[in-house]
Design a protein around this ligand. Structure first.
Ligand code: NAP
Length: 324
C-alpha cells in the first residue's frame, strides 16, 4: 500500500476541522490501564505503532481516544505511534473525551492538563463529554468546554451519547460563546439504527452537528468472521461474547448480502458495512472502527475507496431490518 492516499474529507459540524470519513477508534489500546484496561488485552506498542501507521497509509487522518480508555494508556499509545510514524500535530486530528461520571464540571479544567500531557505535543482537535451522566448540568459542562477553546487548550467541543434534548441544550449553551457544537458520538451500524428513529440523527442534521458512529462493525460481527468460525468468539472478552452469539443467526443473511456486494468492489464485508455507515446519510456521519491490529486498520481504511450505489444502500437497509 502506498503512503498518504488522498481521501476527500468532511467537516466536523460547523468547525472547519476536516477529517476523513473514517478515523480509527482507540478504545482497543486501553489494555493495562484502569477499569477499561482490565477488559481489553494488552497490545504491544510495536503492534500499536504498526496499526496507526497502516491507518495513516490508508489515508486516515484522525483518531478517537478517551480518558476512560486506560486513564492515559490509549492516549499515550496514540501519541507514541504518531511520533514513530513521523507525523506532526498539523498532519492529524486527535479526538479525546472527558469522563463525567461522579464528577462536576469543575473537573474539566483540572483534568485537561493530563490529557495534553499524555498526548505529548498532539493537540486536541475535538474534546467530547463522554456521556450525559454527571453531577453538573449540561450548561455548566459546556461553559467549561467553551473556556478551554478560548484558552487554546482544545479546538472544538463535542458530546457523546446525548439524546436530542441534551444535544439542543449543549448546542444552545455553546452558541452563547459563538461556538458550534461539533459532534455527537453515538452508536450506529447496520445492526443498530436507533438514531434514525429516536430523533438524534434528525436533530444533528437540523443543528449542523456531525454524527460520529461508534461500534460500526458490531464488534467485528459484520465482518462475517464469527459466522464462519464461531469458535473465535471464545477469545472475545466476556463483555461482548453473549451478545455476539445471540446475534449470529439473525445477522447471517445480512452478512451474506455484505459479502455479495463486496465482490463487486473487490472489497470485504467489513468494508461494505463501513461504507454503508459513511454514505447512507449523505455527509452527516463519519465513523471510527476500533482496531486491534495493523491488517484491520488497513482494511478499514480501504472502505473509503469506493461508494455504494443508492440501490445497494437500500438493499442493505432492507436486510438490516430483518437482522435486528
Ligand atoms: N463514545 C462511546 O461511548 C463509545 C462506545 C464504544 C466505542 N467507542 C469508540 O468507537 C470505536 C469503535 O467501536 P467498537 O470498538 O465498540 O466497535 P467496532 O468498531 O464495531 O468493532 C471493533 C472490533 O472489531 C474487530 N475488527 C475491526 N476491524 C475488523 C475487520 N476489518 N475485520 C474483522 N474484525 C475487525 C476488532 O476486534 P478483534 O480483533 O478482537 O476481533 C475490533 O476491536 C472504539 O474504538 C471507541 O473509540 C465510543
Amino acid at each position: 500500500m502506498t503512503s498518504d492516499i488522498q481521501v476527500s474529507k468532511r467537516t466536523l459540524g460547523r468547525t472547519g476541522i476536516q477529517v476523513t470519513p473514517i478515523g480509527l477508534g482507540m478504545m482497543e489500546f486501553a489494555g493495562g490501564g484502569g477499569l477499561m484496561g482490565s477488559v481489553f488485552p494488552i497490545i504491544a506498542q510495536q503492534e500499536k505503532n504498526a496499526t496507526v501507521k497502516a491507518g495513516l497509509e490508508g489515508g486516515i487522518n484522525w483518531f478517537d481516544t478517551a480518558e476512560l480508555y486506560g486513564n492515559g494508556v490509549s492516549e499515550t499509545s496514540l501519541s507514541t505511534a504518531l511520533k514513530t510514524a513521523g507525523k506532526s500535530d498539523q498532519d492529524v486530528v486527535v479526538a479525546t473525551k472527558w469522563w463525567p461520571l461522579f464528577r462536576t464540571a469543575r473537573n474539566i479544567p483540572k483534568s485537561i492538563e493530563d490529557r495534553l500531557r499524555f498526548l505529548d505535543g498532539y493537540s486536541i482537535g475535538l474534546y467530547m463529554v463522554h456521556q450525559p451522566f454527571g453531577f453538573s448540568s449540561k450548561e455548566a459542562e459546556m461553559d467549561e468546554m467553551a473556556k478551554l477553546v478560548k484558552a487554546g487548550k482544545i479546538r472544538s467541543v463535542g458530546i457523546s451519547n446525548f439524546n436530542p434534548d441534551q444535544m439542543r441544550r449543549a448546542h444552545r449553551q455553546l452558541q452563547k460563546y459563538g461556538l458550534p457544537l461539533a459532534v455527537n458520538q453515538v452508536r450506529y451500524s447496520l445492526l443498530d439504527r436507533s438514531i434514525e428513529k429516536n430523533g438524534i440523527l434528525e436533530t444533528a442534521k437540523e443543528l449542523g452537528v456531525t454524527i460520529i458512529a461508534y461500534t460500526p462493525l458490531e464488534s467485528g460481527l459484520l465482518s462475517g468472521k464469527y459466522h464462519k468460525n464461531p469458535e473465535l468468539l471464545d477469545k472475545k472478552p466476556a463483555m461482548w461474547r453473549a451478545r455476539l452469539r445471540r446475534s449470529l443467526e439473525k445477522s447471517r443473511r445480512l452478512v451474506s448480502g455484505l459479502e455479495e456486494i463486496a465482490l463487486r468492489y473487490n472489497a470485504t464485508a467489513s468494508q461494505v458495512a463501513l461504507n454503508w455507515v459513511i454514505n447512507s446519510q449523505g455527509d452527516s456521519v463519519v465513523t471510527i472502527p476500533g482496531v486491534t491490529k495493523a491488517s484491520q486498520a488497513q482494511e478499514n481504511a480501504g472502505a473509503m475507496k469506493f461508494k455504494l450505489s443508492s440501490d445497494e444502500i437500500e438493499q442493505l437497509g432492507t436486510l438490516s431490518q430483518a437482522a435486528r
